[in-house]
Design a protein around this ligand. Structure first.
Ligand code: ADP
Length: 294
């Protein structure tokens, strides 16, 4: 079975539904409040484990109630949390205001995620056993870079989702095998709004790129081959939250199993298309049997 390690964030999403959203200084009565486990790292871990991999999560939760729930949620999905640290202080939280038009405003407080500044003894040993290491940018860049470099030392494929978009240290890019930005992140990284131009620029720094294009699918490019466009499945989307994380998790599983790139991209697109037809982040993520049947 493919073994993946995710070095990434766990957040409790605190979601209020209110319309119209309040302006600064206003107090309004909203409709609903929900707490939903999230964080890009945890989301990719759940996507990958449901897609059929063995998945281990490295990161941190806080020593609060949210932390216990975040850890238990990952474990319930079958993610190995032995190296998920419990830090003094609060877990990461995302404070999300959603209005009736589906618009949202989000404040992320890193909390425990911010304590993950480097690898601990044991982390590199685990990474060394993996088929791939999945990374995002919701942990301090020092840890993300250390993880990528550790993977590189052991010949382990590194897959980086550069979100939230920010300038990437050259050492991190140098240790990245596959970069998976969405079109906005690709534009922010390169200054090119046009995906093909952005991909070409990114290939100066990493050997392989997949730019996800929402309902327009995805664009794969590598140094060895010409660009390849993969259409999205034509489905009726109700909630595209975590579509990118579902795509990245499933793609890592497919590549880890040795599927050829076009097949791996099509399979990841099927997984993401299933997720956009259902509400929520991890709640929308499909299981392997569903992806295979799609
Ligand atoms: P992110 O969630 O990071 O912004 P995208 O919106 O680019 O990422 O979506 C990731 C992938 O999810 C796309 O490449 C596509 O395969 C799938 N996807 C996203 N939106 C839709 C949609 N409306 N219909 C079908 N597939 C979609």
């Amino acid at each position: 079975m493919t073994h993946l390690v995710v070095l990434g964030s766990t957040n409790m999403d605190l979601v209020v539904t209110v319309s119209p959203a309040p302006k600064l200084g206003e107090t309004v009565t909203g409709r609903e409040f929900r707490t939903i486990p999230g964080g890009k790292g945890a989301n990719q871990a759940v996507a990958a484990v449901r897609a059929g991999a063995d998945v281990s999560m490295i990161g941190a939760v806080g020593n609060d109630e949210f932390g216990a729930r975040l850890r238990a949620g990952l474990a319930a999905d079958g993610v190995d949390t032995d190296l998920l640290r419990t830090a003094e202080g609060p877990s990461g939280t995302a404070h999300i205001v959603v209005d009736d038009e589906g618009g949202n405003a989000i404040v992320v407080i890193p909390g425990a995620n911010g304590t993950v500044t480097s690898l601990l003894p044991g982390d590199e040993t685990l990474i060394a056993t993996a088929d791939a290491l999945l990374l995002q940018l919701e942990l301090p860049l020092s840890a993300v870079t250390a993880g990528a470099e550790a993977a590189r030392r052991h010949g382990v494929r590194t897959i980086l989702t550069p979100a939230p978009a920010q300038p990437l240290p050259p050492e991190l890019l140098a240790a990245t095998d596959l970069l998976v930005p969405n079109e906005h992140e690709a534009a922010a990284l390169t200054g090119h709004a046009e995906p093909r131009a952005a991909a070409e620029e990114l290939l100066r720094h990493v050997p392989e790129v997949v730019i996800t294009l929402g309902a327009a699918g995805s664009l794969y490019a590598s140094r060895g081959t010409g660009p390849l466009t993969v259409p999205a499945r034509p489905v009726r989307a109700v909630d595209t939250t975590a579509a990118g994380d579902t795509f990245a998790g499933a793609l890592a599983v497919a590549l880890g199993e040795g599927k050829p790139v076009p097949d791996a991209l099509a399979w990841a697109s099927s997984a993401a298309a299933l997720s956009v037809q259902r509400p929520g982040a991890t709640s929308s993520m499909p299981y392997r049997t569903e992806i295979d049947a799609a």
